[in-house]
Design a protein. Structure first.
Length: 266
């Protein structure tokens, strides 16, 4: 039996999805995407998982689409490449990103090396992005292939780095080094390569201690802020507090504050 393209491991309350095709720089094959969707389904169903860590083996996090097998037609399918790939994106690739964004637990990407093409969308779908100092983000879509960045990359980069920088990265195809990615707001921090896995696990365990609804509430709040006026967002915040202040997590937080101890959330 062939080794899995993604290894699923546990470290206490943290689940790890380790991209394990290092010899090929972890390409975004159909098998890879199906495996990552499987990881997301497993995390959703396992209430003992409180955070998910994504990382790669070897010199790359993920180098994007597997161009050698892109859009292979099924027997009898006479359509051109574009319609076939678009259908696959709707049915599989885009669902990978939505699965990650809809997980009930925080997601952390530990970018261990090259993060290119659609791999950038995978990395930035996480709530927190940690990068090794040797890592970089690379968008070859337009300057090398004449196609637009996909798997949510345009959505993430524009919001994180701003329109000017997003357009520059997309049109020029320059590599965005880890430390510059931190300066631009694309990544949370850059750490020494040898410390990436331990630093990522430490962050993931911090995320695992959050209230169970924290990741979902944070994503929804900032998604709303991106489209709301200030009065609308103020109203949104007040309405969320209407519900959240009555949850056990708030009561535990107040009791922990008064007792000068760390809160313990279910």
């Amino acid at each position: 039996m062939a080794a899995p393209v993604i290894r699923y491991e546990r470290d206490g309350a943290v689940a790890l999805a380790i991209f394990d095709r290092a010899e090929r720089l972890n390409p975004l094959s159909v098998e890879f995407q199906q495996a990552l969707r499987g990881v997301c389904a497993q995390v959703r169903e396992d209430r003992s998982v409180r955070a998910l860590l994504l990382t790669g083996e070897g010199r790359a996090f993920c180098v994007g689409a597997d161009l050698s097998s892109l859009g292979q037609p099924a027997p009898g399918d006479t359509r051109s490449l574009g319609p076939r790939v678009a259908e696959q994106m709707h049915a599989l690739s885009n669902r990978v990103i939505l699965d990650l964004r809809e997980l009930p637990v925080p997601v952390l990407s530990a970018v261990n090396g090259a993060c290119a093409g659609a791999g950038v969308g995978i990395a930035l779908a996480a709530d927190v992005v940690l990068a090794a100092k040797s890592a970089y983000f690379y968008l070859p879509f337009l300057p090398k292939l004449g196609i637009v960045p996909d798997l949510g990359t345009t959505w993430f980069i524009e919001r994180l780095a701003g329109r000017g920088r997003a357009l520059g990265l997309s049109l020029l195809g320059d590599r965005l080094a880890a430390e510059q990615a931190v300066q631009w707001g694309v990544a949370w921090a850059a750490v020494d390569d040898v410390a990436l896995r331990s630093e990522a696990l430490a962050l993931a365990h911090r995320l695992a201690k959050l209230p169970s609804h924290a990741a979902v509430e944070a994503r929804r709040a900032y998604d709303a802020a991106a489209i709301n006026t200030l009065p609308q967002q103020l109203a949104y915040e007040a309405e969320r507090q209407r519900e959240l202040l009555d949850k056990p997590s708030f009561i535990e937080g107040v009791q922990a504050f008064l007792a000068k101890r760390e809160p313990r959330f279910d």
